[in-house]
Write a protein of this length. Structure first.
Lengths: 237, 249
């Protein structure tokens, strides 16, 4: 006797995996990424922009600042442990985070979603810029740790190329944006500002921080290209 | 006099492996109609706009008053509840698609069991089972109720997960709804017995750390749950729990 053929239940494609409760180590890596963005990277950014600001006082003052920084105890160790390695990790892991997110700002063009997307692009600009910046200013050309008073001249030659100047200005704005919103994100995600009003108010603080840092950084850049020290000679201390 | 009509473009798929096709429908306008009532009208007379006979459209729905959480779908590209999507407020032609982040069953029906599985993995319940009468539960003060009630409004519609850029196959992120329920049950005087287990669960792969704080969840939530506040609070609680675990291990 023939039986009624019942359709087999459809074989569903696998979707998003459920939570791997208590398994894996992505928590520590992700939190490390988040923390490193504030300390030491953010702290170093502040130091770097403040140091650059010394350039407004002229080649000698700038050279003195470079000399001071390079006279810190164990400066090469500090440089690698607190600057290069954290930057490398934050940049590469950040890129990995970007690859795993699926931006949908086209469909949901909300403010937070825009900021999510912009945070990724500014991060990429920052990573690309920092790689060339460290390579060209720290590891090639005149070695500034040994010749701190060449610092102003080295940067001025670099910025005499208008394309390079444009790259520096764009990267400065992108980095200050990325840091300022990163501070806001840190406070939100680590539960420092859980309240809606607290997040909004802290948002204003971070906007001021970002604008302030960008102004500070741009002022430092224009010390080299402005009318104050054209083709400055190497100062003698 | 020309009868007033409503035009729909609906993305259909006969089974998980079939190709997706768009069908266009033109149905008579009725006062106060919503997307679900329109889908019912189409089911009553499943004929496309060009006069071709077709099958009724498959979709999930139940309560028709935005409380059961069944009928989430993409309406004009946005994830929302179909029952509360009033036709008069929508731009035509109204494009209807299934949610994109969940395995498709047929037409507009998707399998959202990942949310149920996530809720189980964080023990999103109050444990009261026992072999004897446990007596009345502890009192929940009105101040606590003020915090907890909005979180208890979750209808498991998965809109927050659909709109989340981090909720995808790569991350396996748990999504805002489950995190909000962890906060709800951790706040409960009896439910908090599982607090540490829930927080440890959320530190696993796909846990709260995957949140990118795009805040789409809180924008999309049809029940206005304070999802970003919950993620923030639970994010802190998970860090505190993990630090304690490391220091006490």
């Amino acid at each position: 006797m023939a039986t009624v053929e019942s359709p087999a239940s459809p074989q569903l494609r696998s979707g998003v995996e459920p939570l791997r409760a208590g398994q894996g180590s992505s928590f520590i890596w992700r939190k490390l990424h988040s923390l490193l963005g504030i300390v030491p990277i953010g702290a170093f950014l502040l130091e770097h922009l403040l140091s650059n600001y010394e350039a407004l006082k002229g080649p000698l003052a700038y050279g003195n600042q470079v000399k001071f920084l390079n006279s810190l105890p164990m400066v090469r160790v500090l440089e690698w442990v607190f600057i290069f390695l954290p930057l490398l990790y934050h940049g590469l892991y950040g890129f990995y985070i970007w690859l795993r997110g699926k931006s949908n700002v086209v469909y949901y063009p909300w403010a937070g979603n825009w900021m999510y997307t912009i945070q990724r692009y500014t991060g990429l600009i920052a990573l690309a810029y920092i790689i060339q910046h460290v390579w060209r200013q720290r590891f090639t050309g005149v070695m500034l740790p040994e010749n701190p008073y060449y610092a102003f001249h080295k940067v001025q030659v670099e910025l005499s190329n208008p394309w390079m100047l444009a790259i520096y200005v764009i990267a400065m704005i992108a980095i200050c944006w990325h840091f300022a919103y990163g501070v806001w994100l840190f406070a939100a995600k680590w539960g420092i500002t859980p309240g809606v009003n607290a997040r909004r108010r802290f948002g204003y603080v971070c906007i001021a921080l970002g604008i302030g840092l960008a102004c500070l950084g741009l002022a430092g850049i224009f010390a080299f290209v402005g009318p104050w020290y054209p083709s400055a000679p190497i100062p003698t201390p | 006099m020309a009868e007033r009509t409503v035009i729909f473009e609906i993305k259909r798929q006969a089974n998980p492996d079939a190709p997706a096709v768009w069908e266009r429908f033109e149905i008579p306008w009725r006062h106060g109609m919503n997307v679900i009532s329109a889908l019912m009208d189409i089911a009553g007379n499943p004929v496309t706009a060009d006069g071709r006979q077709t099958t009724p459209i498959t979709y999930d729905s139940n309560c028709l008053e935005e409380i059961c959480g069944s009928c989430a779908m993409l309406i004009n590209g946005k994830a929302r509840m179909a029952c509360s999507a009033l036709i008069d407020n929508l731009e035509q032609p109204i494009r209807i698609e299934p949610l994109t982040k969940f395995p498709l069953v047929r037409d507009l029906q998707v399998d959202r069991s990942v949310l149920f599985e996530n809720l189980k993995r964080v023990k999103a319940w109050v444990p009261i089972d026992g072999t004897y009468d446990l007596g009345p539960g502890p009192r929940v003060y009105p101040q606590q109720q003020e915090t907890n009630y909005p979180l208890s409004n979750c209808i498991s519609c998965t809109c927050c997960m659909e709109v989340c850029p981090q909720f995808n196959v790569e991350t396996g992120f748990v999504g805002a709804a489950t995190i909000a329920q962890v906060k709800l049950f951790n706040n409960h005087p009896t439910g908090k017995v599982f607090k540490e287990e829930r927080l440890r669960a959320l530190a696993g792969d796909g846990g709260v750390q995957e949140c990118g704080y795009a805040q789409n969840c809180v924008e999309a939530c049809p029940k206005q749950l304070p999802l970003t506040t919950a993620i923030s609070d639970i994010g802190r609680d998970v860090v505190v729990q993990k630090v304690q675990d490391w220091l006490r291990s």
